[in-house]
Design a protein around this ligand. Structure first.
Ligand code: GLU
Length: 512
């Protein structure tokens, strides 16, 4: 029987989670769900220097908001915890020791000054210093020193690291679900540190040990970890453990396609790169987030899914359920995918249009109250009907105010250019006639108003533009907005007439 599918998202809590991190989490989540597997969150916080206190909470909040909560992780122990590496410190040393005992790793006592000297020295000679097979016996470690000397140094408490003794002369064949076969010559690798002099494991050791102990079946992570793959596979071999499957996701590129989308880009280029807004507690600097910018999590997730993957069909809108069914890790591309802010807005627009107007009305309440106070007097049904008319033109919920404030308050000024063009000699009396026509409309519904107004226009051969432009200007304040008779129906007969009357009093502006 094949092993159960278990994947993990293993961020380091060094700051807010970049949207690339959410994409990694998403692909792990989709893969887990489509295989009845488990999606594990592991916090890789062994590097205490880079630790940021509120980052873990930010990570879980981001996953929850995105709708991809973890099944297993901090606070949800399913027998493989603890899930924070800082709480697993006691575990790693024995594994490093085991490799030393088996001759697969070694103690190294080289001071950082000495190593720096070697680096400089090599650089001056136009070479690069690599701690590996070809010089390890000449450096200060348990391969070059006698057993007595090593024990003496260890007993006296001298600082040391444990390095991996990379096997030599091997053409290592690696398999990646996205990239296929990769061959690495182990002689090009360095002897990476597994255990640091501060008593903490490095990322490499902790990551491999935990993936093994947590029975991770598939490691799905960003391309930046591809260079570590050979070492990780060699570690699995050294421990004689089953190697998980690997998939390294392509980079997310800047909109120009040049270079990786960085944490700094969002604020620089005017779009969010973080799922949630983030306040740096040290500097007070605030970075914008998709949530606060008004994106729906479903749109954010749909957009992210398409950064590196596509279903191979025309379909672009996918619910999370549909993504779970359609996602195929093998179909993830190798090359970086460009982030496209317009496409991101397009996804948001699509989700907005497909959300029922009553829910949008609820979401719009705070914005409405913001402008009109709590006692604005508009019921939810009215707001929903307004939204029905506006949503084709909107991207975010907050847009409804900008697009349709005139549904809630009469215009307090009139677009100057449009007034000049649309309000001519004779317009005042035409508007007076229009008021009379409107007064006569019994059932003040869009269709009815339209029939009667148009009938009046055609039977008197007035010309549509002559009426419709000033009519719209009176109601809206500009020549924009949905079907004018829909606006009339919504704001009602009295308000429609009162707005025309006000416009007659105030316009034309050009005359003043
Ligand atoms: N802690 C690593 C990171 O911050 C995890 C890499 C991996 O998934 O192996 O991305």
């Amino acid at each position: 029987m094949s092993r159960p599918i278990r994947v993990r998202f293993a961020p380091s809590p060094t700051g807010p989670l970049h949207m690339g991190g959410v994409r990694t989490a998403l692909f792990n989540y989709l893969f887990a769900k489509q295989n009845n597997g488990s999606f594990v969150l592991r916090i890789e916080d062994t590097d205490q220097n880079r630790y940021v206190a509120n980052a873990e909470e930010y990570i879980t909040d981001s996953l929850n908001w995105s709708g991809i909560p973890y099944d297993e992780g901090p606070g949800k122990d399913k027998g493989f915890g603890p899930y924070r590496q800082s709480e697993r410190k006691h575990i790693y040393k024995q594994y490093a020791n085991r490799l030393v005992d088996e001759g697969k790793a070694y103690y190294a006592f080289d001071t950082s000054e000495r190593l720096e000297f070697h680096r400089q020295d090599h650089q001056e000679k136009g070479k690069t210093f690599i701690y590996n097979w070809h010089n390890r016996e000449k450096l200060v470690n348990s391969l070059s020193l006698s057993v007595e000397e090593v024990n003496k140094r260890l007993d006296s408490g001298e600082k040391y690291v444990i390095r991996f003794k990379t096997p030599t002369d091997l053409k290592l064949e690696l398999q990646d679900q996205i990239r296929g076969k990769i061959i690495i010559d182990t002689n090009t690798l360095d002897d990476k540190i597994l255990f640091k002099s501060d008593g903490m494991p490095t990322y490499h050791l902790a990551n491999v040990v935990d993936d093994h102990l947590m029975e991770i079946s598939h490691v799905i992570r960003g391309e930046e970890w591809l260079p570590s793959l050979a070492l990780h596979v060699l570690l699995y071999k050294a421990f004689e453990w089953d190697t998980p499957e690997f998939a390294h996701l392509p980079l997310i590129l800047k909109p120009t396609g040049k270079g990786k989308l960085s944490k700094r880009d969002g604020d620089k280029l005017g779009f969010p790169v973080f799922p949630l807004s983030y306040t740096n507690e040290e500097t007070g600097e605030v970075s914008r987030g998709y949530r606060e910018d008004g994106y729906f999590p479903e749109a954010f997730i749909n957009m992210l899914a398409f950064l590196g993957w596509n279903p191979g069909t025309e379909q672009e809108l996918f619910s999370l359920e549909e993504l779970i069914n359609a996602f195929d890790i093998q179909k993830v591309g190798k090359s970086g995918s460009k982030f496209d802010v317009e496409k991101t807005k397009w996804f948001q627009h699509q989700y907005l249009v497909h959300t029922d107007s009553t829910s949008l009305a609820v979401a719009f309440v705070p914005e409405l109250e913001n402008h009109l106070g709590e006692n604005h007097g508009f019921d939810q049904d009215y707001v929903a009907r307004v939204i029905d008319l506006l949503k084709e033109r909107a991207t975010f919920v907050r847009d409804f105010w900008e697009l349709g404030d005139y549904f809630f308050i009469p215009p307090d000024n009139y677009d100057a250019k449009a007034s000049k063009k649309g309000w001519k000699d004779g317009t005042d009396s035409l508007m007076e006639d229009l008021i009379k026509i409107l007064r006569e409309v019994k059932d003040f519904s869009s269709k009815n108003i339209e029939d009667q107004v148009k009938n009046w226009i055609t039977s008197n051969e007035i010309g549509f533009g002559k009426v419709m432009q000033p009519f719209r200007l009176s109601l809206v304040g500009a020549l924009k907005g949905p079907h004018i008779f829909d606006i009339c129906e919504l704001i009602g007969k009295e308000e429609t007439i009162s707005r025309i009357r006000t416009a007659v009093d105030k316009l034309p502006l050009s005359a003043t």
